[in-house]
Write a protein that binds this ligand. Structure first.
Ligand code: GEK
Length: 243
């Protein structure tokens, strides 16, 4: 499917809070690849990790699926029999476009797209749950309950793949990571204006936490191990394992 170039913040404007609306859905593949370092590697590896942990006759959830990149990667790699992938996003524009993406690819493991809030979704008989840069957009007050629900819905041996932008504990360290990320965006063609307007738009919408905060929530929910498998600047991906 065709994806247009992200020029949403290229002109000076009164910046509203960022939302995953139609204009974002239309340019999303370009936006996320030029904004998240290692995005393609992360998505491909999520497919490989999913294949390693998918158990026969179970569900794989992709929560905050956007256009379904992680679901499609999981579907490409999973060999376990009789699995199904449930891809969830509460943005109607994203879910509609995701459905078109899913139909355009021949999926080995079937993918069902659901337009709903993660809060309303039951997690049952799951062997893999994917949250690829989604938790950071959820109200921090709701995060403990969501992670607990995921833990409870996972079968023994199941995993949560959690990718997040992280904050660093020292101001200097944080500034270094932010500078490196902004340079990454400049090198991908974003102007100073685009970088600064996007930053303003995300201010109250994306509330990031430190690795320690994630680890403490994951441990409190009952997970036995948290494996930090990818980091580039302030972007990370982790695997939480239920033994
Ligand atoms: C990828 N995982 O390409 N319920 C459901 N969906 C939500 C909620 C919620 N409460 N809050 C936010 N979303 C994708 C990328 S993008 C990350 C994920 C980014 C959805 C939101 O609509 C958006 O599609 C997605 O989470 C976050 O592998 O853009 O940085």
């Amino acid at each position: 499917m065709q994806s247009s170039k992200d020029a949403i913040y290229s002109k000076p404007q009164k910046v509203d809070a960022f939302s995953f609306d139609q204009s974002v859905a239309e340019v999303f593949p370009d936006m996320i690849q030029r904004s998240v370092p290692g995005y393609n590697t992360i998505v491909d590896t999520i497919g490989q990790i999913s294949a390693q942990f998918a158990q026969p006759n179970t569900s794989i959830y992709d929560l905050g699926c956007s256009l379904g990149a992680a679901s499609l990667s999981a579907s490409k790699y999973i060999q376990a029999k009789n699995c199904k992938i449930i891809a969830v996003d509460n943005s109607e524009a994203m879910a509609k476009r995701c459905e078109l993406h899913v139909q355009a690819f021949k999926a080995n493991t079937p993918i069902t797209v659901i337009c709903n809030d993660i809060q309303n979704i039951d997690i049952n008989e799951a062997s893999v749950v994917i949250m690829n840069f989604t938790l950071q957009f959820i109200d921090p007050q709701l995060r403990d309950a969501i992670i607990q629900k995921i833990y409870n819905g996972l079968k023994p041996g199941g995993i949560l793949i959690l990718s997040e932008k992280l904050s660093h504990s020292t101001q200097k360290g944080n500034e270094l990571l932010i500078d490196l990320h902004h340079e990454f965006k400049r090198r991908n063609g974003y102007s100073e204006l685009e970088i600064s307007q996007k930053r303003t738009a995300l201010e109250d919408v994306m509330r990031i936490e430190s690795f320690e905060q994630h680890k403490s929530r994951i441990t409190a929910a009952g997970f036995d191990d948290l494996v930090h498998w990818f980091t580039c600047f302030n972007f990370s991906s982790m695997v939480a394992i239920k033994s």
